[in-house]
Ligand binder design. Structure first.
Ligand code: 6GU
Length: 234
């Protein structure tokens, strides 16, 4: 999968793609990426990319011309263009899986108050929000989306890791422990040392249900009604 990121600040993006599991995915050829600096497409001597909003109001708006020129410079055919914005559809497992179906994603990293609406109308396929709060850096939001996506690609992490995760079946994850057995007087739950795989599986499921009920009653309710529906079907 290829990610092309349009940005005014390539440094945090380059650092992210050069780190940890992502760096390995790039090295293995599972992920390809490119940063396009929007400022390189500004036409005037000052390389201006922002301007005051028509109609007045706070902040600055990313101008249409440099963004359009930057977008026109990236290959046209297979691209699917995503604009990360707090005004977008919420990122979810379903949306992640849909976006994973594209070979190439172009992500527009906004700054200031946002980008000129005509760019959204002319170029953007999906406006995506990562949550109900506002970030000043569109780069961070775009990287959150990239990170949530690429780990679903074959060969990045094990299928088992993906399947056991929070949200795959609507419940949060069970707690994890590793050595030592006792840390600051706190013991690892004895069941995990018992070797009874079936009982461990049941304990973990119980932990997931309890945690979800406590911290995400909304997810718990949805899971309960789905589970009740499944029983009804059988
Ligand atoms: Cl996608 N971008 C920015 N800048 N802030 C956000 C967001 C995105 N989603 C939530 N807040």
């Amino acid at each position: 999968m290829k990610f092309t990121l349009l940005t005014l600040f390539p440094e945090p993006i380059e650092a992210y793609f050069a780190s940890s599991i992502m760096a390995r995915a790039v090295q293995k050829g599972l992920v390809d990426y490119r940063c396009v600096n929007i400022r390189d497409f500004a036409a005037d001597a000052h390389r201006t990319c922002d301007d005051a909003p028509y109609g007045g109001g706070a902040g600055m708006v990313l101008k249409a011309e440099p963004l359009a020129a930057a977008l026109d410079s990236v290959a046209a055919d297979s691209r699917h263009t995503v604009y990360p914005t707090p005004s977008g559809s919420p990122l979810s497992t379903a949306l992640i899986e849909r976006l994973c179906g594209h070979n190439e994603l172009v992500l527009i990293c906004g700054r200031y108050e946002g980008i000129d609406q005509r760019i959204i109308d002319l170029y953007v396929d999906d406006e995506v929000s990562i949550g109900d709060y506002v970030l000043s850096s569109g780069e961070l939001a775009a990287l959150v989306i990239v990170d949530a996506l690429y780990r679903h690609l074959d060969g990045v992490i094990t299928r088992e890791s993906l399947e056991e995760e929070s949200f795959q079946d609507g419940l949060l994850e069970y707690p994890h422990y590793t050595r030592p057995e006792v840390f600051r007087c706190r013991e690892v739950p004895p069941i995990l040392l018992s070797g009874h795989h079936e009982r461990i599986r049941e304990w973990r499921m119980q932990q997931r249900i309890e945690k979800t009920r406590r911290v995400r009653p909304d997810l718990y309710e949805a899971w309960q009604s789905r589970t009740a529906g499944d029983e009804h079907k059988e």
